[in-house]
Design a protein. Structure first.
Length: 289
């Protein structure tokens, strides 16, 4: 497993944890059920348990939720981020105020269940790719507001983060090219050159869907080309054309059954939107013992 970044370095992560607790506790900051039934002095030990085999992500976020509710809670990590655990595995133990554990329970579970779902499907695609030389990339097809969490989960599953947003890299896609060509009457090569002139310090990637379009793009040497919806035979031809000029990314309609063949074409990376937009949440539960 690669070294993981500190997810809490991103301000949006801390902000969303705060907002999620406010959402659950309301304007009066209260858990009326626990307040009604559980004495403040009652202590408990709770085990967070995986109910199905999964690749974990969000353990540290879950701990942060418990600590936000009550800094005195003790959290013992039993399985690390990125670990593959089987059903029945205890991944986290929490000790302290029973009221506080109950108050934090659902928000903590919501984060770790979603993040572990993304990590698990990423690990499935990574294993199906069966080629450690090829990067498995995520996309911007993320849950609004949760991108930092989901892209971190992709890392836990063995994937690699593509650009974070619209601000950190240029990616010229078909609609950009349609607008450019309508206004300027020139093609993909000039569009790449213009992006390079405006943002010389950023990576420039361009989407192409034909060999002819690729050849034109290569005249202005983008950093990456996105080879969209191409069969393996055409991907191999494009990889050969790009050798020594730029890196290659395959994308479009790639699934668990086809990714292995695509990974053997020589591309540098494969991007899969399903890592985030189609990941089901993992079944984890919190049990008092």
């Amino acid at each position: 497993m690669k070294n993981l970044p500190n997810i809490f370095d991103k301000p949006e992560v801390n902000e969303l944890i705060t907002l999620s607790l406010v959402e659950d506790l309301g304007p009066q900051n209260r858990d009326v059920t626990s307040d009604s039934l559980v004495p403040p002095e009652e202590l408990a030990e709770a085990h967070m348990v995986a109910r199905e085999t999964c690749c974990l992500s969000g353990v540290l976020v879950a701990i942060e939720v418990f600590k936000r509710v009550n800094p005195a809670l003790e959290c013992e990590v039993m399985a690390d981020e990125g670990a593959v655990v089987s059903a029945g595995t205890v991944v986290l133990v929490i000790r302290g105020s029973a009221q506080s554990i109950l108050t934090a329970e659902r928000t903590a579970l919501n984060f770790i269940q979603r993040m572990s779902g993304v990590a698990t499907i990423t690990r499935e695609y990574y294993n199906a790719m069966d080629n450690a030389e090829v990067m498995l990339l995520d996309t911007r097809k993320t849950t609004p507001g949760h991108r930092a969490f989901e892209k971190y989960a992709v890392l836990c599953g063995g994937g690699t983060n593509h650009r974070i947003g619209l601000y950190d890299a240029v990616l010229i896609k078909d609609n950009h090219l349609a607008s450019w060509e309508k206004k300027h009457g020139t093609g993909v090569g000039e569009a790449v050159a213009e992006a390079r002139r405006k943002y010389p310090d950023l990576k420039i990637e361009v989407e192409v869907d034909t060999v002819r379009q690729l050849k034109e793009a290569l005249t202005t040497k983008p950093d990456w080309v996105l080879l969209d919806n191409m069969p393996p035979s055409v991907l191999r031809e494009c990889v050969a054309l790009c050798k020594g000029i730029c890196k290659t990314e395959a994308s479009g309609g790639i699934n668990l059954h086809t990714i292995g063949e695509v990974a053997q074409t020589g591309v540098d990376a494969i991007s899969v939107g399903a890592l985030t937009h189609s990941a089901p949440s993992i079944d984890l539960a919190l049990d008092f013992v």
